[in-house]
Design a protein around this ligand. Structure first.
Ligand SMILES: Cc1cc2nc3c(=O)[nH]c(=O)nc-3n(C[C@H](O)[C@H](O)[C@H](O)COP(=O)(O)O)c2cc1C
Length: 304
């Protein structure tokens, strides 16, 4: 008998808890030849800005043991192209479609989200890891004030379910999570990439043209798990966990730490079928443990 793997996050039903992470799945178009996109619980689309962006100069990918660094720099076709060029097909092919929005100013976020509000996108994920150009380029998400300001601005212009994606590059992620919850976020997702660097010892230059980049993949999993556990224990809204998830066991750990659903990013680059393998593994775990719903395991870790 097949199991019902569905979970509900911020009132939105996902047929299973596995979501493709933003920036690692484009707008789904590269994967439709491999399997139907509706096998996934949801898709978080490539980070989209008000205007199209070319991203950063290459090299913008570097490898590291059990992980990678990227400085793609939010290359994307802009919000209008997302709405007219990609969203209609994604809605036909996939389950829950999540728009991931980034901005350099509060007005950028506001205008992009206003345009999305009248579409049939299922959810909006706010990437608050990008630089605030009016505050010297520090990312919005590194201060409670910055994170709260973006959330408040966007909350005022949309009734869509709002997921705010937290950066791990902070001193206390719980404070940021609470600030975002207080401004009306419906749920949180974490973690975005950790800031990292590699150097080419022959040229003495950083491998990435941008010097630094976002670190992701299996190596970051314990850090992500710790942060999800801390945040899930501190807020009342739902939490979606990500960072290094590669196997069904990782996904189960993340849910036991408090995540209602999970996202997979870097693992998809090594194996585009990995999300499907995780879904199969989750079903097997439900059968072996006689679970009727995966929500039965959410937040069930028993700390010492
Ligand atoms: C190449 C690449 C591009 C990414 N682009 C975005 C993006 O546009 N918006 C965003 O919110 N996160 C972006 N991320 C972060 C991922 O969504 C995810 O938070 C992070 O990689 C940790 O998960 P993982 O270890 O499973 O990849 C990107 C990550 C990678 C590796």
């Amino acid at each position: 008998m097949s199991k019902d793997l569905s979970v509900t996050v911020a009132g939105v039903r996902f047929p299973n808890p596995v979501i493709a992470a933003s920036g690692t799945y484009g707008f789904g178009q590269d994967y439709t030849d491999l399997y139907p996109l509706n096998k996934l619980g949801g898709i978080s689309c490539k980070g989209t800005t008000l205007e199209p962006r070319n991203g950063n100069p290459a090299p913008r990918i570097a490898e590291t043991p059990a992980g990678m660094l990227n400085s793609v720099g939010l290359q994307n076709p802009g919000i209008d192209m997302f709405i007219t060029g990609y969203l209609p097909q994604l809605k036909k092919d996939g389950n829950v479609i999540i728009a991931n929005i980034a901005g350099a100013t509060l007005d950028d976020y506001k205008q992009a989200v206003e345009r999305l509000d009248s579409t049939d996108v299922d959810m909006i994920e706010l990437n608050i890891s990008c630089p605030n150009v009016k505050q010297g380029g520090a990312s919005w998400g590194v201060t409670c004030d910055g994170a709260a300001a973006v959330t408040k601005t966007v909350r005022a212009v949309t009734k869509k379910p709002l997921m705010v994606k937290l950066t791990p590059n902070v001193t206390n992620i719980v404070d940021i999570a609470k600030a975002v919850e207080a401004e009306g976020a419906d749920c949180l997702s974490l973690i975005n990439t950790l800031l990292g660097m590699r150097i080419d010892i022959r040229t003495r230059r950083p491998i990435l043209k941008n010097n630094v980049g976002g670190f992701s993949g299996p190596a970051v999993f314990p850090v992500a798990l710790r942060m999800v556990w801390q945040v899930a224990n501190a807020v009342d809204i739902d939490v979606v966990g990500m960072g290094g998830i590669t196997t069904a066991a990782d996904a189960i750990e993340m849910m036991m730490a408090g995540a209602k659903a999970i996202q997979m990013g870097t693992a998809i680059f090594t194996d585009p079928y990995s999300p499907l393998k995780v879904i199969d593994g989750l079903e097997k775990y439900m059968e072996e443990n006689d679970l009727n719903s995966l929500e039965e395991i959410v937040g069930t870790v028993q700390p010492w």
